[in-house]
Write a protein that binds this ligand. Sequence first.
Ligand code: GAR
Length: 189
Amino acid sequence: MRIGILGSGGGSNMQAILDAVEDGSLDAEIVLVLSDIPDAFILERAKKAGIPTDVIDCRGFKSKFPPEAQIETIDALKAAKVELVCLAGFMRLIRQPLLEAFPDRILNIHPSLLPAYPGFEAWRQAVDDGASESGCTVHLVDSGVDTGPILIQAKVPVLPDDTPDTLHARIQKEEHRIYPEAIRQVMAN
Ligand code: GAR
């Protein structure tokens, strides 16, 4: 399975997928890593691993993923013969035309037990809400905000003294376990 990854941040989920590829537990290859943030650490990690990278030019829009940028993204993914697109901390909403270019082949990891806490900084939402439990979800991407069919979830407790950061760190440990597992699940189907 040829995987293309889109991310905007630190790239720890990209690293977890790469580690699973390298230890032989995931029969796949990361062939391209794209980011909308030119200095995102995910690009450094990918370059260090010898994976081709590129920057998505979002034409100065802060959160929108303009159609021209989506078309360039599709072209780059198709040129690399990507079969599965994994969003790993990518902070823009995927819409047409990217969705229809990879039908049922775009995955996302979200740091909550969806449908709870969709959107931005879900770990902070859980702490602010006084939740006793949160977690993470890998799902197929559709045109909604964190609404696509769920593949795998993992629960983590929210502890009384948790800050948003301590909860996020606990959630990320589970993210790194379930993302490769979800990719295995997709490959088996
Ligand atoms: C992860 O916690 C991921 O679930 C979250 O961003 C973080 C990226 O970390 N994604 C979202 O909130 C998407 N709505 P990483 O760059 O270290 O993988």
